[in-house]
Design a protein around this ligand. Structure first.
Ligand code: SF4
Ligand code: SF4
Length: 268
């Protein structure tokens, strides 16, 4: 298979998997169209993540010898899920369900991609969507959002989440393969209004525990909130969620800087 054919088959498989989960398996959540991007496994940025994320952050080639490509996809929540989590108080049940269902969906997508690529003679390594982090330091050896940044899926906002063309509310999946796929272009413009022109700080004021500041992010304070929500909402399934900082912000469902820069339609 050539690189373009592999890419087409990956994108088709992800789309089919989402549709199957919605229509056949009756998932309650609804996702907008997925965003899919590719990073070169040789990208020097992966080594730099050791300084930014954690000294134990893996490079793709540590996970899979001979790796060529990191496949990353973003499954954006629809507006109904995002709006359900607006307002003060704990996370909405709908948001928690979307988190759990999306984790299941990511597992299914990764399994199917792995099967399909292996049938075509390629090797694949997958990483779980969540709970792959050090529970003391709260850092992950494979940060999906940093991987997604490397693949050009978006830029970081003041809330430390990735803002994609479909916003920041949703979940990321990624896997590593030795199949070569042309890397996607990295985004060079900011997507966060604070970083673009200082005109927004909405996410800071929405955080119930003040974990977000302009100069730092208190991940431990954030995790306390997430665990409390899990205890309250869904203790068996560990829906450790909050998401207030991405639910009612200008970047929840879209890239607000790109939106501002779109040419205005002429008045009728
Ligand atoms: S809410 Fe505003 S400041 Fe916070 S990440 Fe989004 S655009 Fe940036
Ligand atoms: S997820 Fe919740 S607790 Fe964590 S930073 Fe965002 S708003 Fe604050």
């Amino acid at each position: 298979m050539d690189a373009e054919a592999i890419k087409t088959s990956i994108e088709q498989l992800i789309t089919n998997c989402i549709s199957d989960y919605r229509l056949v398996q009756k998932a309650r959540s609804v996702w907008k169209a997925p965003l899919i991007a590719y990073a070169s496994a040789r990208d020097p940025l992966f080594t730099k993540f050791r300084n930014v994320v954690s000294p134990s952050h893996h490079t793709p080639r540590q996970l899979l010898s001979g790796a060529e490509t990191v496949i990353v996809y973003f499954l954006p929540f629809n507006e109904r899920i995002v709006r359900s989590n607006a307002g003060p108080g704990p996370s909405s049940r709908e948001w928690a369900v979307a988190y759990l269902e999306t984790n299941t969906l990511i597992h299914a997508i990764n399994e199917q991609l792995m099967q399909s690529l292996e049938q075509n003679g390629y090797a694949v390594t997958t990483m779980p969507a969540t709970h792959n982090f050090d529970t003391k330091q709260l850092v992950s050896p494979w940060s999906h959002k940093h991987i997604a940044y490397a693949a050009g899926l978006g830029k970081f906002g003041l809330h430390h989440m990735l803002i994609t063309a479909q916003g920041a509310a949703g979940r990321l999946g990624s896997l590593v393969t030795n199949a070569y796929i042309t890397p996607s272009a990295r985004v060079d413009k900011e997507a966060c209004l604070y970083k673009h022109d200082g005109s927004c700080r909405a996410c800071l004021s929405l955080c119930p525990v003040g974990a977000l500041r302009e100069t730092r992010f208190d991940r431990h304070a954030c995790y306390v909130v997430c665990r409390e929500n899990a205890r309250r909402l869904n203790p068996e399934e560990k829906a450790e969620v909050c998401g207030k900082c991405v639910s009612v912000t200008p970047c929840a469902l879209t890239d607000p800087v790109a939106d501002q820069q779109k040419p205005q339609a002429p008045d009728a």
